[in-house]
Design a protein around this ligand. Structure first.
Ligand code: PCA
Length: 205
């Protein structure tokens, strides 16, 4: 039995909900081969990394799947890269604006995802979910968390693998935004279940 930590974010940017957390909190808590731990993460630069690394140190998961909203994307995006830079025009939920700022001073420029992004995309597509590899998680709180968690795992030499999934808006979030893609909550939940299944079949106990 392995442990997989799956995280979702609080709503941000004036939205009432965040599809990442709506989906993560509906995930099946246990499968035959994995214990799923779910965690809500604040959408702030200051607290996002510490919230997840504290849970990693406590739960010692084999895999960490961080999930966030990427409004405007049409498919499940499996992120391949986290870069050492915060640079966004919008403030986080604490009102903090960060422009051209390193996440870890003198840290590596980037980390690659530790999960096999191509294998996950292949698993999703063959199960009928629209999915693609992405090489940018943006430069806002999602990339910030992704980079910080990868840095924590590497610098503490932990036996955990981490990756990041961006999910589209829910249909109710695109009312009044013509042309903006969305995905049903049921599809996002089932897609995350599929990712857990791929990881469970490939993760060392
Ligand atoms: N998406 C934002 C931060 C929180 C979230 O769900 C992002 O893509 O950075």
């Amino acid at each position: 039995m392995i442990t997989i930590l799956v995280t979702g974010f609080e709503p941000f940017g004036g939205e009432a909900i965040n599809p990442s957390w709506e989906a993560v909190r509906r995930l099946n808590g246990n499968t035959a081969d994995a214990r799923i731990e779910r965690l809500l993460v604040p959408t702030t630069y200051a607290d996002s990394i510490g919230t997840v690394t504290e849970a990693i140190d406590r739960l010692r998961p084999s895999a960490v799947v961080m999930v966030g909203q990427a409004g405007g994307r049409a498919e499940l995006s499996i992120e391949g890269l986290a870069v050492n830079c915060d640079d966004a025009q919008a403030p986080d939920n604490a009102g903090v604006l960060r422009e051209d700022a390193p996440i870890v001073v003198q840290g590596p420029a980037a980390y690659l995802a530790m999960l096999s992004v191509k294998q996950i995309v292949a698993g999703l597509c063959s199960a009928g979910f629209p999915a693609a590899v992405s090489n940018t998680a943006g430069l806002f709180v999602c990339n910030h968390l992704f980079y910080g968690v990868l840095h924590h795992i590497v610098t503490h030499n932990l036996d955990a693998r981490a990756g990041f999934v961006h999910v589209p808006y829910l249909p109710e979030q695109v009312v009044g935004k013509p042309g903006t893609p969305s995905m049903s909550l049921e599809t996002i939940v089932a897609g995350l279940d599929c990712i857990v299944a791929v990881l469970t079949s490939n993760t060392r106990p």
